[in-house]
Design a binder for this molecule. Structure first.
Ligand code: RIB
Ligand code: CA
Length: 326
């Protein structure tokens, strides 16, 4: 068994919450911190949501507040029609929430990576501002992290390049400057973008089975996904939700379920296509100086979606079997 020590950098967010539940319950994952970032809601909201999720599913894991805005742009406007006014599907919540760790997210990342050289995975499923700030603060961490796994971008494998503009996926669009910094640093980066997340659909039947068979976590996933499923239906995706952020978490523990393509990735930072991710595949030999000077990333271009979904269901169901009977 390989233990993955993860700092989960997140903008919860419904699919972020679903991915957190998986990490909290997977036996090979040790969550060492949850860092918040603006994105699906403002930073106060995403931090409050991270605190709620930690208290309910990952007690004792520090929650650290991150960036309120992108590196070079104002904070974006709220998007309550996707994740709800509270960023978490407007479910009923009981209980309070824990207390924030007093540090800033990017400093927490640097300190934790330096304390555990070669061991920390940065799993980033929101705008990449905190990771870029950590690199700017201490570029040396790039050689000390175990790996970086990102949910973001799209490489047009099944046609899609974006979901918030025709050219940009939400997390890349949220802070394209940060994303281009992160993909240019000399660390091991893997990217799960729309090419695989659009292939990995948690259907209504799948979610209902979790509700009925996977204990508290399964009921939570069902409850929190109701709002998201309505949003998907409005967008023409009927009968389920894309497993965006979970895909990146699944990649950490089950990369054999993914086909990847290697090559440097650039992110357009200006113009109507800001946030567009463009990879120069290793098989392309034409010179491209804006790519050739940068390290290769692994972009996911294929997925065994059935296996990835089965992993999610098994992880939650195994935990439910261990829960005390009500
Ligand atoms: O494009 C999907 C991504 O945008 C996910 O991380 C989701 O949570 C939203 O932030
Ligand atoms: Ca997210």
């Amino acid at each position: 068994m390989t233990l993955h020590k993860i700092i989960y950098d997140t903008d919860p967010g419904i699919d972020d919450a679903i991915a957190l539940v998986f990490q909290a319950l997977h036996p090979d994952i040790e969550l060492v911190g949850i860092t918040s970032v603006f994105g699906n809601a403002d930073i106060d909201t995403t931090t409050a949501n991270a605190l709620y999720l930690a208290q309910r599913f990952a007690p004792g894991v520090p929650v650290v507040r991150g960036a309120a805005a992108p590196l070079r742009r104002p904070a974006p406007l709220p998007i309550p029609h996707i994740h709800g006014k509270d960023g978490l599907g407007e479910i009923e919540r009981d209980g309070g929430s824990g207390k924030e760790d007093g540090r800033e997210a990017h400093r927490f990342m640097v300190e934790t990576v330096r304390a555990h050289p070669g061991e920390i995975t940065l799993l980033a499923v929101g705008p990449l501002t905190n990771l870029a700030l950590a690199l700017l603060l201490d570029p040396g961490i790039a050689t000390l992290v175990r790996e970086v796994v990102v949910m973001g971008g799209a490489f047009g494998i099944h046609g899609a390049l974006g979901n918030v503009t025709p050219a940009a996926e939400a997390n890349m669009h949220g802070d394209p400057d940060a994303a281009d910094i992160v993909f240019g640093a000399p660390w091991k980066v893997s990217i799960a973008g729309l090419d695989v997340t659009h292939e990995t659909v948690m259907t209504t039947a799948f979610l209902a089975a979790l509700r009925d068979n996977a204990g508290d976590a399964g009921r939570f996933v069902w409850d929190v996904s109701r709002f998201y499923e309505r949003f998907h239906a409005e967008e023409g995706v009927t009968g389920g939700i894309y497993a965006h952020d979970y895909s990146a978490a699944a990649f950490v523990v089950a990369r054999e379920c993914y086909v990847t393509r290697r090559g440097p990735v650039r992110v357009l930072t200006e113009g109507i296509a800001a946030g567009l991710t463009v990879q120069k595949p290793a098989s392309m030999h034409a010179p491209a100086p804006e790519w050739d000077t940068r390290p290769a990333c692994d972009a996911c271009i294929g997925v065994d979606a059935d296996a990835v979904l089965e992993l999610f269901a098994a992880t939650l169901s195994n935990q439910a079997r261990a829960e005390p009977l009500a």
